[in-house]
Ligand binder design. Sequence first.
Ligand SMILES: [Zn+2]
Length: 374
Amino acid sequence: MIEYTLHGPVSQERARIRLMSSLRENRFPQSILIDGPAGIGKKALAMEIARALQCTDPNMRPCGHCFGCRMADDSGATEGWVVPMESAEAHARSSDDVSAGSKAKTIEDFKKGYIEEIQKNPYRVDIFSTGAFISVDLIRLMTSSFAMKGDRIRTVIIAEADRMNESASNAFLKTLEDVPPNTYFILTTSSREKMLQTIRSRCLALHLLPLSDDEVRSEVAKVAGEEFDETSLTDDIVGLAVGSPGKALYYAEHGATWCKLAADFVQKSIRGDYTDLFLQLKDMSLDDAYEANRFLEVLSFLLTDMLRSQAGAPLRLPETTQLVGISNYPRINATAIELALVAVQETMSRIDSRRISPSMSMQALSLKLFEGYK
Ligand SMILES: [Zn+2]
């Protein structure tokens, strides 16, 4: 019998055990959807599965050195991936249509660039721009590669599969209804609910768990590179990451400033010190919807901690919560904080739906925060 060993963090062992037994028993599903929070390693697991499936070693898979394993790790083997792209990139010509000697970047060149980024650090949460999506052309490019026959096992990782637009979803659904032999689809998403129900129901659902704080630190150390300053991983930053090395890396860059701003946001909203706060927000230029919502995430963690500190529960952002000094504001009770949390959530979904500019909605939020409790 062939032995399979999938490698990864201990916190996610249960998911891997399930996969390894279906590999061993030769009943691995042809399509699988890995879901879980952003930046916890879903793409890393997808790559490990691709290696295990493509490996041809007679005893131990993935072996790491056979042709199949090497193909799985080759960023130039772009037919093994579907990734979200910006519109202009997705409209570049395919290498099949470009004459020899042309210097123009092909769609495969762009794809290779993204695959390299993922292979370098699969935890990263900001590889694709907010506007990048999976178009129907990208799905067709993938299915057209199926025409090349061969007995070799083929795996296709569809990264951030929730970014398929409607026509791409429909095209992919057709493929799923009749998966070619020897072909395996591995989809990843942190927004399962955004995907077509008909696609979800045709995939084995695999829910991946966040890592422990210690694992977050050790995984970040593995992928971050030498220039990364480990002292930026404070308790508050690891607390913000909630088990996601990708988010820890992201917050290591922006988090300290955002924690400080969140503390100011709360204090100045309570005091009605809006002029100063608006100037501060302007300086931060949180105009990008993604960044604005990550800041609001920090703010909602802080508010939750204020509730926890009143209840004497352990805190996620001990340093920042200390900074607010909630005991200085006796009128701000649990109800006031709960209402503030609701207001933050509403603002996040308003920014998400692009109904209002991030800076406008943040000003409106500060006016609304602790309304009636000041
Ligand atoms: Zn191998």
